[in-house]
Design a protein around this ligand. Sequence first.
Ligand SMILES: NC(=O)c1ccc[n+]([C@@H]2O[C@H](COP(=O)([O-])OP(=O)(O)OC[C@H]3O[C@@H](n4cnc5c(N)ncnc54)[C@H](OP(=O)(O)O)[C@@H]3O)[C@@H](O)[C@H]2O)c1
Length: 249
Amino acid sequence: MPALSDHVAIVTGASSGIGEATAKHLATEGATVVLAARREGRLNDLKNAIEADGGTALVVPTDVTDRDAVKALAQRTVDEYGRIDVLVNNAGVMPLTYLHNMQTDDWYSTVDINLYGVLHAIEAVLPTMIEQERGHVVNVSSTAGRKVYPGGAVYSATKYGVRALSEGMRQELGPRFGIRVTCIEPGAVATELTDTISDEELKKDSAKMFSKLTPLEAERIAESIVYAVTAPASATVAEILVMPTDQMR
Ligand SMILES: NC(=O)c1ccc[n+]([C@@H]2O[C@H](COP(=O)([O-])OP(=O)(O)OC[C@H]3O[C@@H](n4cnc5c(N)ncnc54)[C@H](OP(=O)(O)O)[C@@H]3O)[C@@H](O)[C@H]2O)c1
């Protein structure tokens, strides 16, 4: 019997990168996966791939900055399957930019997606998980949630926030409601994440930095998430930091 055969998991940011890999891995472990992101075509392709491998997936196109849409995502999941066992709070952007370049739209969109988006999903699933007296929230932070670099001030602010939020959630929701909370902190991973960087000065500098390391494949992060989710219910894997071996900081 696959480890997650009776589980229903919502994955935000499932249309690419870490979210896509995680949805596939959870489905391979038997979970029914609910795929959320904005690009519906990519989500449908993923659903087809999962179903071709014998899994079950539901596509619910969702913009995580839209609080009502995220509530509707959770409601649709409960309507279809009657439960929510796992939320992988993964949707995020990283439009790194030097503060002096005043690309302030990037600052605010980063906070809207990486922090408010995460809160929206927690708000949407928590009543169901509390009622079930079980559930697992996996929040995706970053090494940038532990260290700050020039160009990453706002991104780091959101990822430090996600890490703090995760620890607070673990303390409040584990002992009282049996809800587990895991914070995943990847180092560099080869995904589409850097596509949102439009600060030309920063792009040049970061190209130099990234040329010195070998980014991980998204599958390595998906495997970590599966490890946390498949641990016995009595064990909370509170934090996982996964970095490329040749990444210094
Ligand atoms: N790659 C890395 O090196 C790295 C390192 C540490 C942490 N992380 C974190 O890992 C998470 C996933 O990133 P990734 O590396 O897999 O990058 P990615 O390939 O760019 O994936 C980002 C995902 O977030 C979704 N997304 C963005 N804005 C959204 C919105 N408003 N509403 C719903 N979905 C939205 C995107 O889907 P749509 O565009 O279709 O909406 C996409 O599926 C992020 O939280 C990121 O900060 C990544």
